[in-house]
Design a protein around this ligand. Structure first.
Ligand code: 5GP
Ligand code: ZN
Length: 119
């Protein structure tokens, strides 16, 4: 489960598909969603190709913890207003019935003034 040659998010991590980067370190990559539902809408992904939350085990706890701990900081940096008036929504769609379209684990972070396009 390192890079998957057919995965668009692995290609984004590798720079083979352009993206509007929000953050990068050795483990994680964050970039703006190409079809935002909210004024602020970016995705945080592990660089490691994990298809979805369904493949996550306890060994991934540090990686997922890092994603969750980074989200509030990036949300503010990207223009979400502070809690409690502002805030943000975190969503991870998993599998077909969970509404997942891209099978590389990603956390949506959405926020900004309402109304939103969806949600
Ligand atoms: P999912 O439905 O799998 O939870 O969400 C996938 C998200 O990835 C969608 O919101 C979609 O707009 C976004 N997306 C799909 N392809 C690309 C792309 O090539 N670049 C970027 N920046 N976002 C993408
Ligand atoms: Zn991938």
């Amino acid at each position: 489960m390192s890079a998957d040659a057919n995965c668009i998010f692995c290609k984004i991590v590798a720079g083979q598909i352009p993206s509007k980067k929000v953050f990068e370190d050795e483990d994680l990559f964050a970039f703006h969603d190409i079809a935002p539902w909210a004024p602020v809408h970016f995705l945080i992904i592990p660089k490691l190709h994990i298809p979805s939350m369904a493949q996550v085990g306890l060994e991934h706890a540090p990686l997922l913890g890092k994603i969750m701990a980074l989200a509030p900081r990036l949300a503010l940096e990207q223009g979400c207003r502070p809690y409690p008036e502002g805030g943000f929504r975190i969503v991870t769609n998993t599998g077909a019935e969970g509404g997942q379209e891209v099978h590389h684990l990603h956390v949506h972070v959405m926020g900004g003034p309402r109304p939103w396009l969806r949600g």
